[in-house]
Design a protein around this ligand. Structure first.
Ligand SMILES: [Zn+2]
Length: 193
């Protein structure tokens, strides 16, 4: 959904206790295993002129994840802007800003970027692209073990992040096809609970 007036969507990926309730130690607890860091390459086959070069590998990974699920997304053609800079609001890791008269802007907080693993960087970039490109809103539901169903959780819902090399495929399936995971999570929860 787009709005006529400038609107900022603020990620729930936060550093410490706040209204959004995502804590810094939760971020640290998600330090991925070695195999989870699949995006360590700094080279990409594409260029994104309006995007900070440090984000290119994540933008390309997003396009590849979409393509492998039958969705063709060209972030360059869409004109998405990507930047890494200090976000004034405390404890906010990322933002998607959209304006009906301008390209979508993904902003990743500089402090978060400099202190985070590749997996967490991917989490936040994909979350913001979920807002900016997929028009996803937040999704707060969780599996019966309390882990989040979606990368699009706001941090308000209290679910536990579980994004790692083992779960990456499931979370990306949900990101690009949320309705399919809604059915799966319902069934899984029925079996487990
Ligand atoms: Zn968000």
């Amino acid at each position: 959904m787009k709005f006529a007036n400038k609107r900022v969507i603020v990620s729930g990926l936060l550093f410490s206790i706040s209204f959004f309730s995502c804590q810094k130690n939760e971020v640290n607890s998600l330090t991925p295993t070695a195999t989870a860091d699949t995006n360590t390459s700094t080279t990409t086959s594409k260029t994104y002129p309006d995007v900070d070069q440090a984000l290119w590998t994540y933008f390309e990974a997003f396009e590849e994840a979409a393509a492998s699920r039958g969705k063709q997304i060209d972030l360059s053609a869409l004109g998405v802007i990507g930047q890494i800079e200090e976000i004034e609001q405390d404890h906010v890791a990322g933002q998607c800003t959209w304006n009906s008269a301008a390209p979508e802007i993904v902003t990743i907080d500089l402090e978060f970027w400099n202190s985070s693993s590749n997996s967490w960087k991917e989490f936040v970039v994909f979350h913001e692209l979920g807002h900016c490109v997929l028009n996803r809103d937040h999704r707060e539901d969780h599996y019966s073990d309390g882990t989040c169903v979606s990368l699009m959780r706001s941090g308000l819902g209290g679910c536990i992040d579980n994004y790692n090399s083992d779960t990456r495929n499931i979370y990306l399936n949900e990101l690009f096809s949320p309705s399919s995971i809604a059915w799966v999570s319902t069934i899984i929860n029925r079996w487990i609970s």
